[in-house]
Design a protein around this ligand. Structure first.
Ligand SMILES: [Zn+2]
Length: 599
């Protein structure tokens, strides 16, 4: 049965398979009208097989194992029912920790379908009150809850199709006559039919990407689509179908959608081809993996069918014309720009002599333009030919940041004078071009370490960095911080023999900062039945907190979003007086102790 407000119309803010930044959404986000505290019901008979309380992520979450082996998950809860609370608190007191992960036995907490197990909330990394509900098989493979025919959710709205992108995969491929990734706004012809406005000229090995999402009845959230079928002529070039998802392959979403475009614009284009390193098992293609080779001069009719889990469909049609490239093009070419696409360097320039020089450590290459528009020439260079030091454009010299080619599936070490990068066997999805750099910020107060190209490349797994720093740091309180938009986020790390070591799953800019300021503790309520404090830490963030009354550990709840801790079952009416002690530690091990007396 539906786990919240059963037998009533419900709406969703998110569905299973929706594209999140580093994973596909694993369940339904069921709306609770902006409220917390709605009863949450067991979806079927079963027993509580996992109780998890974490600061972020799912917050307070329950897992029920059912007789058929399936598991249902209820997350971001406000609180559990009495039996589950009692069971959990026993363990919390034993571990002296709010955050626990418990695996009760089969006979500990048994529930019938429809029994109340908890109350909905906004705990963990939830951005507003709702219930996150999942169904998994016995191996924790994620299933689609909307396949269980819940009458509470109706949907007759078809997916929305926004943009098509077409891109070349080899140096000889062209889109509208030039080497470019071309985005095309799609025209909506009727409720479920879409067209591209013009015929698109293609040549060579070409891939297609689609900006599309599902819309559900009555709400305006961008939800995930279930199935894409892409045909050129009568050939099914590519199919994706999200029926189930494995947690072990979730991070492959970073190569499922176009990461570079997402970083640049926030749009997640579904690739309608299987990119290198993508290990998701949701696709069905031929040996070309969705990339299509256009080599015969003719017209191709392309059709994409986009379906949601209720079978609502949208059809998008466009026309492709295979045209051999010509030297003269009418396409707009920037006068001076260097860009990179599918490991081809695109150099645009308006020079008189028409050839340019690629200067490499071992030899120089004179290259001719591939096409021209009104004295604006374009040159293409396969990046795996050799590493480039500079490009001589006759009237100017462009010095390139030397980049090392790093292959995937290999342990690889890269050194510059200050930074050593260790790539693990599974750090990369695909070959990348890598460099590191270090420099001081404008007022020379902070040394910045630039690690790889965060706009182009996602990481599958962590890389390990070792940094040599001349500065004298307080080694116990200095850690790596990632810099983004003038904010610093704690990335940890340790000092070992004058070297700083840390690991990260994100390229970008990092710095070493010293946090010597301890957290602040502000009392809000101090009574015999209720304790509440505001706890805050500025730079490294709060690592842990403990509250003692007469040296006895007190269970406190915590919400990092409001910086508050509060007592859960505190009642000191038996005590005449209590000495309260609040101890808060940050990630740099600065500690603040607040003491007071409860009268
Ligand atoms: Zn969710």
């Amino acid at each position: 049965m539906f786990p919240i407000r059963p037998n009533q119309p419900n709406t969703l803010a998110g569905n299973m398979g929706e594209l999140r930044t580093s994973h596909f959404h694993a369940g339904l986000d069921i709306r609770t009208g902006g409220r917390k505290g709605l009863p949450v019901y067991a979806a079927a008979d079963g027993y509580i097989s996992r109780i998890s309380i974490s600061e972020g992520g799912y917050g307070k979450a329950l897992y029920i194992s059912h007789p058929n082996g399936e598991i249902t998950v209820y997350a971001h809860l406000e609180k559990f029912t009495e039996d589950i609370t009692k069971y959990t608190q026993n363990q919390q007191y034993a571990e002296k920790s709010l955050h626990v992960k418990l695996f009760p036995n089969k006979n500990d907490l048994i529930f019938k379908k429809g029994d109340i197990i908890a109350y909905s909330g906004n705990s963990g990394s939830s951005g507003g009150p709702h219930l996150h509900f999942e169904i998994r098989d016995k191996n924790h493979v994620i299933l689609n809850p909307l396949k269980y025919n819940f009458e509470e959710i109706k949907d007759s709205t078809s997916p929305i199709v926004k943009k098509l992108a077409i891109l070349p995969f080899t140096i000889d491929s062209r889109v509208n006559g030039i080497f470019q990734r071309k985005e095309i706004e799609i025209e909506q012809k009727s409720k479920v039919r879409y067209n591209a406005p013009d015929t698109i000229e293609v040549f060579g090995k070409i891939g297609f990407e689609l900006l599309t999402y599902d819309k559900l009845d009555g709400v305006n959230f961008k939800c995930g689509i279930s199935e894409i079928d892409f045909y050129i002529g009568n050939d099914l070039v590519f199919n994706q179908k999200i029926d189930s998802l494995k947690f072990s392959t979730q991070r492959n979403i970073l190569v499922h959608y176009n990461y570079e475009r997402y970083i640049e614009t926030g749009n997640k284009f579904h690739k309608m081809y299987i990119d290198n390193g993508n290990m998701l098992d949701i696709y069905n293609t031929n040996e070309h993996k969705g990339k299509f080779i256009f080599d015969e001069s003719c017209i191709y009719n392309a059709l994409v069918k986009i379906s949601d889990v209720y079978g609502n469909e949208s059809i998008f049609e466009f026309v492709l014309k295979c045209t051999s490239p010509t030297f003269n093009t009418t396409q707009q070419i920037d006068t001076q720009k260097i860009s990179q696409l599918n490991n081809v360097l695109v150099i645009q320039n308006n020079n008189k002599d028409s050839t340019i020089q690629i200067l490499s450590p071992h030899n120089n290459h004179s290259i001719s333009p591939k096409y021209v528009n009104n004295n604006n020439f374009t040159y293409l260079w396969k990046m795996n030919n050799s590493s480039i030091q500079s490009i001589d454009l006759c009237d100017s010299l462009i010095v390139m940041n030397p980049q090392e080619q790093v292959p995937p599936n290999t342990v690889f070490d890269f050194y510059d004078d200050k930074i050593k990068t260790h790539f693990r066997k599974n750090s990369l999805f695909d070959t990348i071009y890598y460099s590191t750099d270090n420099y001081y910020n404008a007022d020379s107060t902070m040394e910045i370490f630039s690690i790889g190209n965060p706009k182009l490349y996602p990481l599958r797994n962590s890389i390990d960095l070792t940094i040599l720093s001349n500065k004298n740091f307080d080694v116990n309180k200095t850690h790596a911080y990632k810099i983004s938009e003038n904010k610093y986020s704690f990335s940890g790390g340790v000092w070992k023999e004058h070297q700083f070591h840390f690991s990260t799953r994100e390229f970008g800019e990092y710095t070493l900062l010293t946090d010597s300021i301890a957290p602040s503790i502000t009392p809000i309520t101090l009574s015999k039945s209720n304790l509440k404090f505001k706890i805050k830490d500025d730079l490294s963030g709060i690592k842990n907190f403990n509250v003692l009354v007469n040296e006895k550990w007190i269970l406190m709840d915590y919400d990092y979003k409001t910086n508050q801790i509060w007592s859960v079952d505190f009642n000191s009416s038996n005590n005449e007086q209590g000495i309260i002690k609040v101890i808060v530690t940050d990630n740099a091990d600065n500690e603040t102790i607040y003491t007071s007396i409860i009268k």
